[in-house]
Design a protein around this ligand. Structure first.
Ligand SMILES: Nc1ncnc2c1ncn2[C@@H]1O[C@H](COP(=O)(O)OP(=O)(O)OP(=O)(O)O)[C@@H](O)[C@H]1O
Ligand SMILES: [Mg+2]
Length: 212
């Protein structure tokens, strides 16, 4: 089974994946948790290029690098793991490409669909958990995580992070449009709830849908 987690930065994906992996392990299920981009030697090199490179990368270049990294992890790791009966949990998959590169950066959605179909070898998750949160709240979490002092005045925060917030608003709207087109695959969760409450919802949904 392939389970993916989506949501803007700071929504709580990694937190929930850790809890879910432990829950599945307690049930005796062999589980593999992976993050994108990365997961193979080549894919990790591409990750460094994407995240650490000081040179400029165009939106199209960014898309193709993400897609190259995805093609590696899909063929070399994910498909073999699924074939051997493992449950694979992905911290982001192609819905991030649609939301970030499509709705966020403005790349053509039809072109994205074609590239996604190629880079994933047509692999579609059995279920995708979308952790929904207002960009302001997610940003606050990231600030407190990095111990950056928060300006309590909202207008101050907007001024500091205006372009960031606008970008994340587009990304969140993109996720919501994507979900509306494919309601059956997605489970939407209020990411503002406490971590344990969200975890309970996730395990409840998995139990209902897949008899886990
Ligand atoms: N439900 C929650 N309520 C309050 N704080 C949370 C919740 N879930 C996670 N956090 C905290 O918010 C921060 C971001 O969480 P996490 O790293 O899980 O998010 P993420 O979606 O994986 O972010 P990124 O996309 O940047 O990897 C962490 O400090 C985490 O402890
Ligand atoms: Mg994370």
């Amino acid at each position: 089974m392939l389970i993916t987690f989506e949501g803007i930065d700071g929504a709580g994906k990694s937190t929930q994946i850790r809890k879910l992996a432990a829950w599945l392990a307690r049930k005796g299920m062999e589980t593999l948790s992976l993050r994108e981009p990365g997961g193979t030697e080549t894919a990790e090199s591409i990750r460094s290029l994407l995240l650490e490179s000081s040179g400029e990368i165009t939106p199209l270049g960014e898309l193709l690098l993400f897609s190259a990294s995805r093609a590696e992890i899909v063929q070399q790791v994910i498909i073999p793991a699924l074939e051997s009966g493992k449950t694979v949990i992905l911290d982001r998959f192609y819905d991030s490409t649609t939301a970030y590169q499509g709705y966020g950066r403005g790349l053509d959605l039809d072109m994205l669909r074609s590239i996604i179909a190629i880079s994933t070898c047509g692999l579609v998750p059995d279920i995708t958990f979308f952790l929904d949160i207002e960009p302001e709240a997610a940003l606050m979490r990231k600030f407190s995580e990095k111990s950056i002092p928060i300006a309590f005045d909202n207008s101050e925060l907007d001024r500091m992070e205006r372009s960031g917030l606008e970008f994340y608003r587009k990304v969140r709207a993109g996720y919501l449009e994507t979900i509306a087109l494919e309601k059956n695959r997605f489970a939407c969760l209020e990411a503002i709830e406490p971590p344990d409450a969200i975890h309970k919802r996730i395990t409840g949904i998995l139990t209902d849908r897949f008899n886990l």
